[in-house]
Design a binder for this molecule. Structure first.
Ligand SMILES: O=C(O)CCC(=O)C(=O)O
Ligand SMILES: [Mn+2]
Length: 202
C-alpha cells in the first residue's frame, strides 16, 4: 500500500503521485471524455451560477440545476456518460479498492477566478467508501473543516498530480476550494485547474 505524504484533518494526501508524463497522458484521456460529454455550467437550485464547469464519466454523473443536486445516468444533453479512463481506475485500484470500482468520476474545471464553497459530499447513498480526488493543472487552495458546519478549518495548496483520499471520519468533512493560482502550471495550454473526484454512489 502506498503511504500518504501527509494527513490533514484525517484526509490522506499523496503529493505529486502522478508525474508529469502521467499527468499529460491523463489530460489526453480527459480530452476524449470532454469531447463526448462536454463541460456544462451548473446552477444551484436557487438559480445561482456555480463558477466551475463540470461533466462526469462513469455509470452516474453528478448534476446540479434548478431541480437540485443529484446523480443521474445521463449528461444534461441526454447522452450516456463516457467510461472512466483506465488510468484513473488504476489509481482507485491502488488507493481504495481493487474489487469495488467507483460509480462516478466528477470532472470540475476551474478557470480564472473559479472557486468552490465549503460543502460536504453527501449525495451518495453509501458513505463507507472514500472519495478520491485528483488535481491537475493550476494550484488550488483546498480548505477542510470538520463534519459539522462552522468551526475551524485548515488549508493546503494542491498541486498538479496531487491525490486526496477522504475516507473514514473525513468522508463527510466540509471542504472547498477558495481560489486557484491561475497560470501557475503549464499542463493545460490555456491554464486552469481540473479536479476529478471518484465516488461510490451505492
Ligand atoms: O476541486 C477540488 O479539489 C474539490 C472538488 C469537490 O469538492 C467536489 O467536486 O465535490
Ligand atoms: Mn466535494
Amino acid at each position: 500500500m502506498i503511504q500518504p505524504s501527509m494527513t490533514l484533518r484525517g484526509i490522506d494526501i499523496f503529493q505529486e503521485l502522478l508525474d508529469a508524463q502521467a499527468q499529460a497522458a491523463l489530460v489526453d484521456d480527459l480530452r476524449e471524455v470532454i469531447c463526448a460529454a462536454p463541460f456544462f455550467a451548473p446552477v444551484t437550485a436557487r438559480g445561482k451560477a456555480m463558477s466551475v464547469r463540470m461533466t462526469s464519466a462513469g455509470r452516474l454523473g453528478w448534476v446540479s440545476d434548478r431541480a437540485g443536486y443529484r446523480y443521474q445516468e445521463r449528461h444534461p444533453d441526454g447522452i450516456a456518460w463516457p467510461a472512466i479512463p483506465a488510468a484513473v481506475l488504476g489509481l482507485w485500484g491502488k488507493l481504495v479498492s481493487e474489487t469495488r470500482g467507483p460509480d462516478c468520476c466528477l470532472i470540475n474545471f476551474y478557470g480564472e477566478g473559479a472557486r468552490m464553497g465549503l460543502h460536504q459530499d453527501r449525495d451518495e447513498v453509501d458513505f463507507s467508501w472514500p472519495v478520491l480526488s485528483l488535481s491537475l493543472g493550476d494550484e488550488g487552495l483546498f480548505r477542510v473543516g470538520g463534519v459539522e458546519k462552522g468551526g475551524s478549518t485548515s488549508s493546503v495548496w494542491l498541486k498538479s498530480g496531487d491525490v486526496l483520499r477522504m475516507g473514514g471520519d473525513a468522508r463527510l468533512a466540509y471542504h472547498g476550494v477558495d481560489r486557484i493560482r491561475f497560470g501557475s502550471s503549464r499542463l493545460l495550454p490555456r491554464g486552469g485547474r481540473i479536479n476529478l473526484t471518484l465516488r461510490v454512489v451505492g
